[in-house]
Design a protein around this ligand. Structure first.
Ligand SMILES: [Zn+2]
Ligand SMILES: [Zn+2]
Length: 308
C-alpha cells in the first residue's frame, strides 16, 4: 500500500511567494485526504498535480491561514458538478464557525457536505486498514491534530517452512496465513504459529497543525514514521512561541526525539525566515537524531513500512 504525502503549503500565518499557507495532502492507495486548506490550496493542488478528488477534509482549527481555501475549493467542485459527498472534520464546538464560513461566502454546493465535530481520541475516519485519529493540541483557539494510524499487518508467511511441514500449496496456505490451524491428510495439525511470523506494524503519520508541544502529540507520535510538526520559530524568537501558541523547531525536535519518531518535517515556517529557513532545520538537527526535513511547497515523500 503506498502512503504518499504532498506538502501543499508550508508557510506560517502569512503566505509568501515561496511558501503558501497550511495544507497537507495524503494519498493512501486511491484515497486522498486533505489536512487544512489555507487560501490558494486549490491552485497548489493544480500546480503540483496531486489530483482533486478528496472525500475527507481535516481541519485542525479555524484560523484563516488553515481554512480560507475551503470556500473556493468547494465552489470549484460545485462548478465541476461534483456529486460525491464531502466530510469536513473540525474541532468540537466549531461546526457553526465552519457553517458561517461557507454561508458567508455563498458556498452552497449541490453535493452533500457533512461537518463533523471531533474530540481528541475520536476516530474522525475509520477505514478497514487504518483510521484518522484526533489528538489534543494547544493553540490559542479550539484545536486538534490528526494522526493516520494503520492497523498491524499479518505476519510474514514462511512458505518454505509450510512446505517442509507437508502443507500442500493452495487454500491451506491462506487459511494458515489468516490465523487458522489446518489438518493434513495424515492427520497432523499445523498451527499458524508454526508458519506465520509476528504481526508487522502499520505506519503512523502525525500532523499537528498549529500548537505548542503537547503530551498527546508525544504519545501519538511514538515510533511514528513521519511527524509533521509546527516549527514556526527559531531559537532566537523562542519567547514568541508560547505567546502565540506555536513551537520552535528545537521544541519540535525534542518532542520527536522523546516520541522516537523516525522522521520530522518542519512546517508553518514564519515568513521572517525567508531566505534563511535552513536555520530551523539546523536547530532541529541539533536536538533530534532522526531525519529532519524542511519541505518546500510541492515536496512529496513516500512513507515506507517500518520493516521494509
Ligand atoms: Zn497557522
Ligand atoms: Zn493558528
Amino acid at each position: 500500500m503506498s502512503l504518499h504525502v504532498t506538502f501543499l503549503g508550508t508557510g506560517g500565518a502569512v503566505p509568501s511567494v515561496r511558501r503558501n499557507t497550511s495544507a497537507l495532502l495524503v494519498r493512501r492507495e486511491g484515497e486522498r485526504l486533505l489536512f487544512d486548506c489555507g487560501e490558494g490550496t486549490q491552485r497548489q493542488m493544480m500546480r503540483f498535480g496531486t489530483g482533486f478528488d478528496i472525500s475527507h477534509l481535516f481541519v485542525t482549527h479555524m484560523h484563516g491561514d488553515h481554512t480560507l481555501g475551503i470556500p473556493g475549493l468547494l465552489q470549484t467542485w460545485d462548478f465541476n458538478d461534483r456529486e460525491d459527498g464531502l466530510a469536513i472534520h473540525v474541532p468540537n464546538g466549531e461546526r457553526r464557525t465552519m457553517r458561517n464560513l461557507l454561508d458567508g461566502t455563498g458556498t452552497n454546493p449541490g453535493f452533500p457536505v457533512r461537518i463533523n465535530e471531533v474530540d481528541p481520541g475520536d476516530a474522525a475516519l475509520a477505514r478497514d486498514e487504518y483510521e484518522v485519529r484526533a489528538f489534543a493540541t494547544e493553540h490559542r483557539t479550539r484545536s486538534v491534530g490528526y494522526a493516520i494510524v494503520e492497523d498491524d499487518r499479518k505476519g510474514r508467511f514462511d512458505r518454505e517452512r509450510a512446505e517442509e511441514l507437508g502443507v500442500p500449496v493452495g487454500p491451506k496456505f491462506s487459511a494458515l496465513h489468516d490465523g487458522e490451524s489446518v489438518e493434513l491428510d495424515d492427520g497432523t495439525v499445523v498451527t499458524p504459529e508454526q508458519v506465520v511470523g509476528e504481526p508487522r506494524p502499520g505506519r503512523t503519520v502525525v500532523y499537528t497543525g498549529d500548537t505548542r508541544p503537547t503530551d498527546a502529540t508525544e504519545r501519538i507520535a511514538a515510533d511514528a514514521d513521519l511527524l509533521v510538526h509546527d516549527a514556526t520559530f527559531a531559537d532566537a524568537d523562542a519567547d514568541r512561541a508560547p505567546q502565540t501558541g506555536h513551537s520552535t523547531a528545537t521544541e519540535a525536535a525534542e518532542l520527536a526525539g522523546h516520541a522516537g519518531a523516525k522522521r520530522l518535517a518542519l512546517v508553518h515556517i514564519s515568513s521572517r525566515y525567508a531566505g534563511r529557513s535552513e536555520l530551523l532545520a539546523e536547530e532541529a538537527r541539533a536536538g533530534f537524531d532522526g531525519e529532519v526535513l524542511l519541505p518546500d511547497d510541492g515536496d512529496e515523500l513516500e512513507v515506507p513500512y517500518p520493516d521494509s
